[in-house]
Design a binder for this molecule. Structure first.
Ligand SMILES: Cc1ncc(COP(=O)(O)O)c(C=O)c1O
Length: 363
């Protein structure tokens, strides 16, 4: 038996062998012409998958770093930011803005619910904000928020930037940066991109750079102005994760060959299969109907009360799949089935067959 445990986690996700191997290309220096070629190639593909004409910053960090960067570059110290919160990750981003000394207001919905454009419209009528921060795909609850509709509301306010975390969404769930009026879309590599962890991307609008100029203390590592200056020369201010960039470049070639619409469709199909499996086995679906994520299903285990630790142990030991046991305050009450990244319908079916076997064993 191989010792390869296949990841069915909502990040890090399974990475295909070809992508892992792309990292083994000979090292180059980031001030050599070969690096500029790699950077330019990656940049051009990133723009396509983000559906943007804006620059896409490449960061040697996980997504958390770009949360901090977005908050620091977009929110002036004497202005306020509105965070839309409805799960563990949206909550954390609000904490990060606070940790950076920003004045934070929060709209909070119950975990499992989506935020609505009406909530945002009400808040913007009462108070002016430098930015509204939203999570596209709340990985803890399996909710995909209505970013397009929220963007339509925010666009009516000239000084309000729209910042979106699509760490577990983009490339699996539809997201169109420019058409939806988004100023920052940030994401990490280890989720819907199906890359190893350690590299993060953010599409950044000109409006953001204009705002950043008005903020004297943007920090250093995630200073979008400096990142943009280097990016214009197909470079980065500090040493980038070159091996991961090789992997990203290769992965995006494959993603574009699959086609973004096809990729979204594959995820919707996997969502459907997962929902049917959950209902058939007596589980609920935690996320609000109409807002259920194409990349991760949060299964409601409150009625059925399956021992998720035991189930996960079975899946590793008997099936060599690592599965999730739920996140944060809903751990155990829920568990998540990730259908993210390069997962295929066949693999998902194999995972679900394994889970069914666990559930019926001894019955
Ligand atoms: C929606 C969301 N945002 C942000 C993060 C944090 O990203 P990272 O772990 O890449 O720092 C995560 C991680 O799971 C996430 O799911």
């Amino acid at each position: 038996m191989s010792d390869h445990v296949r990841l069915v986690l909502p990040g890090p996700v399974e990475v295909r062998k070809e992508i892992l191997e792309a990292q083994t290309a000979w090292m180059i220096g980031h001030r050599q012409p070969a690096f500029a070629t790699l950077f330019a190639s990656l940049q051009e593909k990133l723009k396509q998958v983000f559906f943007t004409q804006n620059r896409v910053i490449v960061s040697g960090s996980s997504g958390t770093g770009l949360w901090e960067g977005a908050s620091r570059n977009c929110i002036r110290d004497d202005k306020r930011v509105l965070h839309l919160v409805g799960g563990a990750f949206s909550e954390r981003w609000a904490q990060i803005s606070q940790a950076n000394g920003k004045q934070v207001d929060v709209i909070e919905v119950d975990w499992g619910n989506a935020y609505t454009p009406e909530m945002v419209a009400d808040a913007l009528k009462k108070q002016s904000y430098d930015a509204v921060c939203a999570v596209h795909n709340e990985t803890s609850t399996g909710v995909t928020n209505p970013i397009k509709e929220i963007g339509e509301v925010i666009r009516q306010y000239e000084d309000t930037l729209f910042l979106v975390d699509s760490v577990s969404g983009i490339l699996g769930a539809e997201l169109r940066t420019d058409d939806w009026g988004i100023d920052v879309v940030l994401t990490s590599s280890q989720k819907a991109f199906a890359l190893p962890p350690g590299i993060a991307f953010a599409a950044v609008s000109d409006r953001v750079l204009e705002r950043a100029k008005q903020i004297p203390h943007r920090g250093y590592y995630f200073d979008f102005i400096e990142l943009d200056k280097s990016l214009q020369k197909n470079n980065t201010p500090s040493t980038p994760p070159i091996s991961l960039m090789y992997a990203a470049d290769r992965q995006l070639t494959d993603v574009l060959n699959e086609g973004m619409e096809n990729r979204w469709q594959r995820h919707l199909q996997m969502r459907q299969i997962t929902h049917e499996w959950a209902i058939e086995h007596g589980f609920g679906l935690f996320a609000q109907d109409g807002y259920r994520s194409p990349t991760v299903t949060t299964v409601d285990n409150r009625q059925k009360q399956v021992d998720v630790n035991d189930m996960a142990k079975f899946m590793i030991n008997e099936k060599q799949y690592a599965i999730d046991k739920g996140y944060g305050k809903i751990k155990g009450e829920t568990f998540r089935i990730a259908h993210m990244g390069d997962m295929t319908v066949d693999t998902l079916k194999d995972v679900l067959t394994g889970l069914s076997e666990y559930l019926t064993k001894g019955a």
